[in-house]
Design a protein around this ligand. Structure first.
Ligand SMILES: Cc1cc2nc3c(=O)[nH]c(=O)nc-3n(C[C@H](O)[C@H](O)[C@H](O)COP(=O)(O)OP(=O)(O)OC[C@H]3O[C@@H](n4cnc5c(N)ncnc54)[C@H](O)[C@@H]3O)c2cc1C
Length: 399
């Protein structure tokens, strides 16, 4: 999604899709490998995806509805027995099915399966605080929940809003995350098909008020418009509009080609022993065979990015241990360090930040809703409604 000046009076040079739209969800195809820009998954249970996306056309390649967990004794599996019944014996053997710990987890997660309104309207606290309050402790928290959520939230201090995590857990219970067969960029490409007139590679530098609207200055010229939508990342939106950006959390992913699959388990794997910087790893081609050329396999290894990225060799070593193989012959084909991967979502959760600045400028993106593809899509829709309303002569929506 791009900063777009609505109803431009002067036409910009067009690019009808020859060059690709490149937001945070982007994909490169390198030597037969499909490489997303950082590891991310799409959950078909996101309400915005259910409403607006042709999921069948994406040819989703699902991961196991659960996780692989590296323990001292090997790779354990904890999966949803309803959706992955054949893994039930492995789940039962994992050592995490302990009545007291599970009861606490169910207590904590219970609001996730009730009405969304109840999660949003209830009191909020940090994830760590809410787990403590529900008595979630022990191995299932330390070895499974915390490492898994660190990768999803791009933070490991437990400071994220518990309400937000419960909404995420809800989507994990309702849908099985995966990746599109052609790479995650298939989603924005599908959405952008309905937007015929986008000028790409035009970096907005400044927005200046002029009679009847605004002038957006780019390196290549200027566009005047009655309404301007700033659909950039939060930090750029702050520069262009003054709307304060949240703290951004970072992730770094290495993509490795290998001749031997470290495992055929199509699962996101975490390190229950927590012996290094890796928050998750996965054999992508086990879930999505089209992501690697015949005879090769694709592995992703992701760490949190807090300032300096952890040394590649350290992450590779830990990932090898997680799968129980030597990573010496893995070939790193790309490394994506993304400091602004996800807006932080501290409590209290605010899912609907203003998109209409009330003066003909609009701001949208995941930082206005929730830190996800779902949030980005919802904010886009809210913004479109607000712009339409303004251009039709109605006042600001305040939403
Ligand atoms: C590594 C990683 C993992 C993630 N994992 C998940 C996940 O598993 N599930 C999930 O739901 N979400 C995940 N996300 C988050 C998700 O990708 C984002 O929330 C979503 O893509 C944000 O979309 P957006 O349109 O708000 O912003 P962006 O996609 O960042 O789009 C902003 C656009 O603005 C353009 N732009 C910036 N500056 C300017 C300028 N000055 N002028 C013109 N254009 C400009 C950019 O080029 C970009 O196209 C992940 C993100 C990352 C990076």
């Amino acid at each position: 999604m791009r900063a777009v000046a609505a109803r431009a009076r002067r036409r910009r040079p067009r690019d009808r899709g020859r060059r690709r739209r490149r937001g945070r969800v982007r994909t490169d195809h390198v030597d037969g490998f499909t490489l997303d820009h950082g590891f991310q998954v799409l959950n078909p249970a996101y309400p915005a995806v259910r409403e607006r996306v042709d999921v069948v056309a994406l040819r989703m390649q699902p991961f196991l509805p659960g996780v692989g967990v590296r323990q001292d004794g090997g790779l354990a599996v904890v999966a949803d027995p309803r959706r992955a019944p054949t893994t039930l014996p492995r789940t039962l053997r994992s050592g995490y099915v302990r009545p007291r710990e599970l009861a606490a987890l169910v207590r904590w997660a219970a609001p996730s399966v009730g009405p969304v309104r109840r999660v949003l309207e209830g009191s909020d606290t940090t994830l760590a605080g809410s787990l403590d309050a529900s008595g979630v402790r022990g191995r299932i928290r330390r070895e499974v929940l915390e490492p898994f959520l660190a990768g999803v939230l791009a933070e490991d201090d437990g400071g994220t809003s518990a309400a937000y995590v419960r909404l995420l857990v809800r989507t994990f219970l309702l849908g099985t995350p995966g990746v599109p067969a052609e790479g995650s960029a298939a989603l924005p490409e599908q959405l952008a098909r309905h937007v015929p007139d986008i000028a790409l590679r035009e970096r907005a530098e400044r927005i200046t008020p002029v009679a009847g609207g605004y002038r957006v200055t780019t390196a290549g010229g200027a566009v005047s418009a009655r309404a301007v939508v700033v659909a950039t990342d939060a930090v750029t939106a702050e520069v262009l509009t003054g709307v304060v950006a949240p703290t951004m959390n970072g992730l770094v992913t290495s993509w490795y080609a290998t001749d031997e699959a470290p495992t055929d388990l199509p699962a996101i794997v975490v390190d229950g022993r927590r012996r290094g910087p890796v928050v998750n790893a996965a054999v992508m081609s086990a879930a999505a065979p089209s992501w690697a050329p015949p005879g090769s396999h694709l592995v992703q290894v992701t760490c949190l990015l807090k300032g300096q990225a952890p040394p590649e060799a350290e992450a590779r070593r830990q990932a090898g241990q997680m799968f129980g193989v030597s990573p010496a012959r893995w070939r790193e084909i790309a490394r994506h360090a993304i400091p602004g991967a996800l807006p932080a979502q501290p409590p209290p959760l605010r899912t609907r930040r203003d998109v209409d600045l009330g003066d003909g400028r609009f701001v949208c993106g995941d930082h206005r809703d929730t830190a996800s593809q779902q949030g980005a899509m919802v904010s886009g829709r809210r913004t479109a409604t607000a712009v339409r309303r303004r251009l039709a002569g109605a006042g600001p929506t305040g939403r």
